[in-house]
Design a protein around this ligand. Structure first.
Ligand code: SF4
Length: 364
C-alpha cells in the first residue's frame, strides 16, 4: 500500500541508505564522545536494541580522535556530527568516521567546505547536509522568513543551495535532512524536498521533547511522511535514553508494516471488568520481550470479553479471569491457572516459543 519513493542509494559503512534498502533506524549518543568507554557502552546497548547507524557529536579535536578507538569496539557504522569547524570534519574522517553530518552553511565558506569534500572523497564517505530551522542562513531567512507549515522555502533553499555547492565540487554521496521542531513544518518541508530531489532523505523532528510528547510528535510527522513513501533513514529524537529512540523507531515501522523487529505485544488498557493485577504482569512481559528477537505476537488481556479473542489471534496470550487466567497458545487454550502461577508459567512458555521460532527462522 505504501509506495516508497525511489531515491539514489548511498552507503555508510555496510549500511545502504535509499533506493531499495530497508529504511534504517538510527540514533545519536548523548555521552561525552571523548569518554570512549561510556560512548562504546552506550553504542553497544543501542546496537542490541536494533540501532543500525550511530552518530556522535564532535565538538573538539579530542572527540574526533576518540572516533578511532570507538570504531574499533563497535559493529555499526559511525557518523560524526560537526558544526562550525571544518577541521573537525576533516579530522573525524581521518580518524575513521564512515560519514559526516554537517550544515555546510555554517562551516565558514566554500574553501573550507572544499577541504571537507576532498577528505570525504579520499575516505569514500558520504555527507549528510543537515539543515535545522534554527540555523538557516540569515539571507535566506530575510528573503523567505522563518520556516512555517505554509512556507518552508528557507529550509528547502538552504538545503538545496548547499547540495548544489557539493555537486559543483563533484561530490554526490549525499543525503539530506531539513529538521524543524514543528510537526507540520516537518511534514510540509519534507514533502516539498522530496519533490525537489532524488537524494536519500534522513527524516526527523528535531528537539521533539520527552518520551510522550517526543514520541507523539515524531510518530505523527514521520508516520505521515513514511506513509507518503518519503524517508530512507530516520531518528526519533527524544530527551531520554537513546535506546528508547530505537524502540519507538521500530514500533513506528511496525505500525506501518514497513519493517518488523522482535516480538509484538498487544495489551488491553484494563477496565472495570479486570479482576487480575494486569499492569505489573504486562510490564514484566514487555521487559522480557525487549530481550527477544523472534517475531512472536503476544497478547496480554484483562478479561474474557475481548481477551480470549485477541489472545487466540496471537502466538501466545493471556486472558485474565477472576483471580485466575487462561494462557492461549496458537489459538488453543493451553492452561487455566490461578493468578499467582500465571506470569511464571506464561514467561516459561514465551521463552520456549521464542527459541522455537528463532530455530525455525534459522532453519528456513
Ligand atoms: S479486554 Fe476486558 S479488561 Fe481489557 S479493556 Fe477489554 S473489556 Fe476491559
Amino acid at each position: 500500500m505504501i509506495q516508497r519513493k525511489t531515491t539514489k542509494q548511498i552507503h555508510i559503512g555496510d549500511v545502504a541508505i535509499g533506493g531499495d534498502a530497508p529504511i534504517s533506524v538510527q540514533s545519536m549518543t548523548n555521552t561525552d564522545t571523548r569518554d570512549v568507554i561510556a560512548t562504546v557502552t552506550q553504542i553497544k546497548g543501542l546496537t542490541e536494541a536494533g540501532c543500525e547507524l550511530i552518530r556522535v557529536a564532535v565538538p573538539d579535536m579530542e572527540s574526533a580522535a576518540a572516533i578511532r578507538l570507538i570504531r574499533e569496539q563497535i559493529t555499526i557504522p559511525l557518523i560524526a556530527d560537526i558544526h562550525f569547524d571544518s577541521r573537525l570534519a576533516v579530522a573525524s574522517l581521518e580518524h575513521g568516521a564512515q560519514a559526516i553530518r554537517i550544515n555546510p552553511g555554517n562551516l565558514g565558506g566554500l574553501d573550507k567546505l572544499a577541504r571537507v569534500v576532498d577528505a570525504a572523497k579520499m575516505h569514500q564517505t558520504s555527507i549528510r547536509v543537515g539543515v535545522n530551522s534554527g540555523s538557516i542562513e540569515k539571507d535566506l531567512l530575510k528573503k523567505f522568513g522563518y520556516p512555517s507549515p505554509e512556507d518552508t522555502r528557507s529550509l528547502i533553499e538552504s538545503a538545496m543551495t548547499n547540495v548544489s555547492a557539493l555537486e559543483k565540487m563533484g561530490f554526490f554521496d549525499i543525503k539530506i535532512s531539513i529538521k524543524s521542531s514543528d510537526t507540520l513544518t516537518t511534514i510540509a518541508g519534507y514533502r516539498e524536498l522530496s519533490r525537489r530531489t532524488d537524494y536519500p532523505l534522513h527524516i526527523g523532528v528535531t528537539e521533539a521533547g520527552g518520551l510522550i510528547p517526543g514520541t507523539v510528535k515524531s510518530s505523527v510527522a514521520l508516520g505521515i511522511l513514511l506513509f507518503d513513501g518519503i524517508g530512507d533513514t530516520f531518528r526519533i529524537s527524544l530527551t531520554r535514553d537513546p535506546v528508547e529512540e530505537i524502540r519507538v523507531g521500530f514500533e513506528l515501522l511496525r505500525s506501518l508494516r514497513i519493517r518488523e523487529r522482535g516480538p509484538e505485544m498487544i495489551s488491553c488498557p484494563t477496565c472495570g471488568r479486570t479482576r487480575i493485577d494486569l499492569f505489573p504482569m504486562a510490564e514484566e512481559i514487555e521487559k522480557i520481550l525487549q530481550t527477544m528477537h523472534s517475531n512472536l505476537k503476544v497478547a496480554v488481556m484483562g478479561c474474557v470479553v475481548n481477551g480470549p479473542g485477541e489472545a487466540r489471534e496471537a502466538d501466545i496470550g493471556i486472558a485474565g479471569g477472576h483471580g485466575t487466567g487462561i494462557i492461549f497458545k496458537k489459538g488453543v487454550v493451553f492452561k487455566k491457572l490461578p493468578e499467582e502461577e500465571l506470569l511464571s508459567t506464561f514467561l516459561e512458555e514465551l521463552k520456549k516459543m521464542d527459541a522455537e521460532m528463532l530455530e525455525l527462522a534459522g532453519a528456513g
